[in-house]
Design a protein around this ligand. Structure first.
Ligand SMILES: [Zn+2]
Length: 281
């Protein structure tokens, strides 16, 4: 069991998450313990709803939002079955990264279950998006998943272009990816606060880029933004319900496009997942 407490970025509401072991093959489930009947929402692509700047899941007449950093930590730490009890709908923003979730899961003493999932190969490349923003998934017979995120907001952006490539590994996630924080431009931050959201959030709670770089904050990595986008990609991809094997290259993608890729993976037929068939034989 592990606990993480904090406040939602958007709502400002306090929330405590309790991570409990899930039954084998039950997947990742969010349980709203603040609601009558403690309804559950499965963390799967078909429950995803398009929302701006975050990933929201809907099911059983309720929702959870900003799940991507929690989902990324679970996926990267090889947790396939987990119940996350939450006493509010919005996940804690913490420092804008997934570090608190990764550390809590590591300390909880993860257990290997008998029905351990295997990585799945996929037979044909998948591509989602358009010429400006896209994600390409390339099959490979080699074990593991390598991800690359190409960030480029153009020459006039205060956020510098960067590319980060990472082979997903439980042992390096907490050092290389989990600490990378959410970021915004100063005008995006002002726009959100003028709408009355995130009013408690300060320049210290995430990275806000002004014309001369991060305001009242220092980067944790030179390429922190592309690392964070890669973190979001891992969390959103996890909704496909598969341990994907291969290479994924994302160019300027966001949550909606990441979710589209997860949906495409979740809809692959068994004939398009060759090693799943071999295991079943
Ligand atoms: Zn994020």
């Amino acid at each position: 069991m592990a606990h993480v407490s904090g406040r939602g970025y958007w709502s400002g509401r306090p929330i405590t998450l309790t991570f409990l072991p899930g039954k084998p093959n039950a997947g990742i489930v969010f349980r709203r313990v603040d609601l009558p009947g403690r309804p559950e929402i499965q963390s799967i692509a078909s429950n995803r709803r398009d929302t701006s700047l975050r990933t929201t899941l809907v099911g059983n007449s309720c929702h959870v939002e900003m799940v991507e950093h929690v989902a990324a930590a679970l996926y990267a730490m090889d947790v396939d079955n987990c119940v996350i009890e939450c006493d509010a709908p919005e996940m804690p923003g913490m420092d804008g990264s997934a570090l608190a979730f990764a550390v809590a899961l590591e300390r909880s003493g993860l257990r290997k279950q008998p029905a351990t999932s295997c990585e799945v190969e996929f037979a044909i490349p998948l591509r989602v998006g358009n010429n400006d923003q896209w994600i390409l998934a390339i099959p490979s017979c080699d074990p593991g998943l390598t991800l690359q995120y190409q960030l480029d907001y153009g020459p006039d952006s205060s956020i510098p272009a960067s590319t980060y490539t990472y082979k997903l590994e439980r042992d390096s996630f907490a050092q290389k990816i989990a600490p990378a924080r959410t970021f915004l431009t100063e005008s995006e931050a002002r726009g959100l606060q003028s709408q009355g959201v995130a009013s408690h959030v300060t320049y210290r709670d995430l990275v806000v880029f002004g014309p001369n770089g991060p305001i009242d904050n220092s980067p944790r990595f030179e390429d922190e933004c592309s690392r964070h986008k890669l973190l979001d990609l891992i969390g959103d991809l996890s909704l496909c319900g598969l341990r994907v094997q291969g290479k994924i290259i994302a160019h300027r993608s966001g949550h909606i496009l990441n979710g589209t890729l997860a949906e495409a993976f979740s809809k692959l037929k068994d004939s398009e997942l060759p090693n799943r068939n071999r295991r079943a034989a």
